[in-house]
Every structure is written in structure tokens, then in C-alpha cells.
Design a protein around this ligand. Structure first.
Ligand SMILES: [Zn+2]
Length: 446
């Protein structure tokens, strides 16, 4: 873009910090709800085109790819100063989960700014990171900043339904776009938990559990509901479901969670009972439900299907269970499930993908730590394992080390964990500005 008169170069990041809130409002207004069904998921194409327009304004070219009609992902590459170095992938998803306006204090797709926050679906998952990155690279382009290594930007469809039409599609069909990328950053991590005024833990995701969504099916003898019946599929399925749903899987401390618990002990000056670490995690409030789930394999029954009439015993009954296993626990998890299911219960995977884990060390991690500490002298970065799954699983297949690093310094009173897929999802504008400054330091030194 040419200016009518010669302007002095902008102060670093002034424009990025000034425009990030408006960018986020605009992107939230593009309703990119992922219903899990292409026929009713319309907004990703519009969102990708909006991103392309914002990049184009500052001379960054990008490409949009569709896996199915409207299921659009965008990729751009910003050349680094040293092209012999491996590239870094910065990815975010453009889709959001549904939101019911009747439940919200503001309309979830109005992108309203109120009380210093941007409100709306996607404000923390993860249009916030999308817009921090966008604001930063626009600022760089305007002020002539070149990162040290190639940065590949990917704004992806379909993360909220498992990524098949977004990250998985891009990795399978267009792996050349990610050529040379050895590391990646995205959600979920980089946010703060306040321990006290001068100490905040910043949780960096270095691992995520694998996903095993399964259908359990039991066959039995069909018959009249009024008769004596000792081979009832519904009863046998219910027993298996109850055993699984009430089972507490054994405690399994993976390296990131060992480091995380040690950091919690140190920060709070407490001793954690190694046999019952969940007790101590209660200090983390609602985050403890997310983080506590990374101490064990888990399996939660979520759906039941059987029967069609009150007086007919059906010949089959089935249930859906959301299983999650820790890194290195895949086979053990199957063994545990088989033991719980009992005789005559069939199991099939509906979705099955791998757990991922990397170590919290190396130059990239050093730069994350340094960038956080430079912007917050009370920052103490710690690794953790995410209980849910993200697009990192797809990029890990290309050999990348994946980190959840979307830096946000959060006010101590904000119940951040509840905002993910939650009602009144919102993010402080100051946190976005902090994130931009951290990302700038990090990406300029990474
Ligand atoms: Zn997300």
C-alpha cells in the first residue's frame, strides 16, 4: 500500500496492538460454526477469504484450498532471512463450535467489545490467536520486519470436528506447503495462571492425549418384554457402560505432567501426594478438570442406542464412548477397556488417532520462555499435556514438534478454562496485545 505522503516508520507493534481487537471482532462476526456437516457449515470459506484479504492488503500472498465445498483452509509462507534454516509453522483453525444466542449475555456472533473484552464464539478458541498472528505479520509487512526463518501460516477448517476436512486434508493432499517445517505452534497453551502478584505459571502444551471414540455393541436374544429374559442386550450393554463410566484408570505420570506437578508444588509451596495428585490440582479451579484428565487414561460414555418399543426386548444395543489415552498408553488402554467390557461386548473404533508428545527443551522452547519472561517478569513457563485433541496430531505426522503456544496474560479472576466452547466466551483486549508482543519477540528470535 502506498501512502499519499511519506510517513515515518510506525513504532514497532503500535498498529498491531491497535488493530487486533477490531480484527477479532470482524472475524467473530463471520459465523464459521462447524456443525460437523458440510451442508450446514458455511462460514469457513468466508473466513478464509477475509484472512486472505487482510494479508493481501500488506502484500502477503496466500492460497485457499477446499476439501469439500466451502471447507476452506488458507496457507501463506513468509520468507525468512536465512532460507537454509528449517521453517516454523504457525497454525490456527477458523471454525468454531455452535453457540446458542439465548444463553449468552451478548450475541455470540456480534463481536462486541465490552468492559475491555472482545466477546463472542471463537474469542479464545481460537480466533484470538488467528488475529494476534494476523495483526503481527501485517505490522511486520508494513514496517519491513523479516523473521529469521520461513514462517508458514495456516488457517484451517474443521478442527472442531476432528480436522478431517482441514488439517488432515492439507497434510495428506498438500504436504509440499509445509516443506521444511520442523516445528509448529498453535493452541492450546501459553496462557497464564496467577499464583500471586509476582508469579504466574504459563502453561505450554507439549503433549496431547490420543483419541479413541468407540462404539460398543451387544447382541442378545430378542423377545417379548413380558417374558422371563436372561439374555437381554440392553441389560448387558448397560452393565458394560456402567463399568467403564465409573472406572478410575490407573494414575500414569508422563514427563510433561511430572514437570507440571513439580512446578505446581514449587509455585504454591505445597507437597503433592504422588498417589493422589488430583487433590492438589483443585487449586487451579476449573482448569483442574482439564489438566486432571491428563493424569490417567479416561473413557466417558456419551451416547446410547437400543430398542424401539417398551414391550420388545431388542436383539442388539450399542453405546458410544469417548476414550482418551496418554502418550505411550495406546495398547494398555485397549487392554484396560477389554477387561471392563466383559464377555460378548464388541468394540469398534469410530475415531482413533495418536497421542503426541514432545520434550520441553531446545532452542525453540528457550525462545518461548525468554519471550514470556521479557514481557512478564513474573512468568514461569511450564509444560503440560492437553486432554483434548487439536490439529497438532496432523502436523506431527509430518515430523514436526508441536507446541500449544498462544500467549495470553490473563487477569487472575478470569475462569479461562470454562470459556472454551463455553457461554460468554471472551478475551481481554490487553491479553491480545500482550500476546502480540510475546509472539513478536518469539518469532523474531525463533
Ligand atoms: Zn481450538
Amino acid at each position: 500500500m502506498s501512502e499519499p505522503t511519506a510517513q515515518p516508520l510506525a513504532e514497532p507493534l503500535v498498529q498491531a496492538q491497535a488493530e487486533v481487537a477490531e480484527l477479532l471482532s470482524e472475524l467473530i462476526r463471520i459465523d464459521s460454526t462447524n456443525t460437523g456437516d458440510t451442508a450446514t457449515s458455511a462460514g469457513e470459506r468466508k473466513a478464509a477469504e477475509w484472512v486472505a484479504g487482510k494479508l493481501d492488503e500488506v502484500g502477503i500472498s496466500s492460497q485457499i484450498f477446499e476439501s469439500e465445498r466451502g471447507r476452506a483452509s488458507l496457507v501463506a509462507r513468509i520468507p525468512g532471512a536465512d532460507r537454509s534454516r528449517p521453517a516454523l509453522l504457525v497454525h490456527g483453525h477458523l471454525d468454531v463450535v455452535p453457540a446458542d444466542p439465548a444463553e449468552w449475555s451478548v450475541h455470540p456472533f456480534a463481536g462486541e467489545e465490552r468492559d475491555g473484552y472482545i466477546w463472542g464464539r471463537g474469542a479464545v478458541d481460537m480466533k484470538d490467536m488467528d488475529c494476534m498472528v494476523l495483526a503481527l505479520v501485517r505490522d511486520w509487512a508494513r514496517t519491513g520486519v523479516q523473521p529469521p526463518r520461513d514462517i508458514v501460516l495456516a488457517f484451517l477448517a474443521d478442527e472442531e470436528a476432528g480436522g478431517r476436512l482441514g488439517a488432515t486434508y492439507m497434510v495428506d493432499e498438500h504436504p509440499e506447503l509445509f516443506e521444511g517445517c520442523t516445528e509448529a505452534i498453535s493452541e492450546v497453551g501459553g496462557f497464564s495462571i496467577t499464583v500471586r502478584d509476582d508469579l504466574r505459571l504459563y502453561l505450554v502444551q507439549t503433549a496431547e492425549k490420543g483419541m479413541g471414540w468407540m462404539r460398543l455393541t451387544v447382541g442378545g436374544r430378542p423377545g417379548h418384554g413380558s417374558f422371563v429374559h436372561d439374555d437381554n442386550a440392553v441389560t448387558r450393554l448397560a452393565e458394560a457402560v456402567a463399568r467403564i463410566g465409573t472406572h478410575r484408570f490407573p494414575l500414569t505420570l508422563t514427563p510433561p505432567m511430572r514437570q507440571f506437578l513439580a512446578a505446581v508444588e514449587d509455585a504454591y509451596g505445597i507437597e503433592i501426594d504422588p498417589a493422589e495428585p488430583e487433590l492438589a490440582l483443585a487449586r487451579l479451579g476449573s482448569l483442574s478438570r482439564m489438566i486432571g484428565a491428563a493424569l490417567r487414561n479416561t473413557a466417558n460414555p456419551t451416547m446410547l442406542q437400543a430398542g424401539y418399543k417398551a414391550n420388545v426386548v431388542p436383539g442388539t444395543a450399542s453405546a458410544t464412548v469417548d476414550g482418551r489415552f496418554l502418550y505411550g498408553q495406546e495398547e494398555e488402554f485397549e487392554r484396560q477397556l477389554d477387561a471392563l467390557m466383559g464377555e460378548g461386548v464388541q468394540r469398534e473404533w469410530l475415531v482413533h488417532n495418536q497421542a503426541v508428545e514432545t520434550t520441553f527443551d531446545g532452542p525453540l522452547v528457550d525462545q518461548m520462555v525468554a519471550a514470556l519472561k521479557a514481557e512478564d517478569d513474573g512468568a514461569r513457563p511450564v509444560p503440560f499435556t492437553m486432554s483434548g485433541g487439536t490439529d497438532a496430531k496432523s502436523f506431527e505426522r509430518l515430523g514436526m514438534r508441536c507446541f500449544g503456544f498462544s500467549p495470553l496474560r490473563l487477569p487472575p479472576e478470569l475462569d479461562f478454562a470454562s470459556l472454551f466452547h463455553g457461554i460468554d466466551e471472551r478475551v481481554p483486549v490487553e491479553s491480545l496485545q500482550f500476546g502480540i508482543r510475546v509472539l513478536d519477540r518469539f518469532l523474531r528470535s525463533a
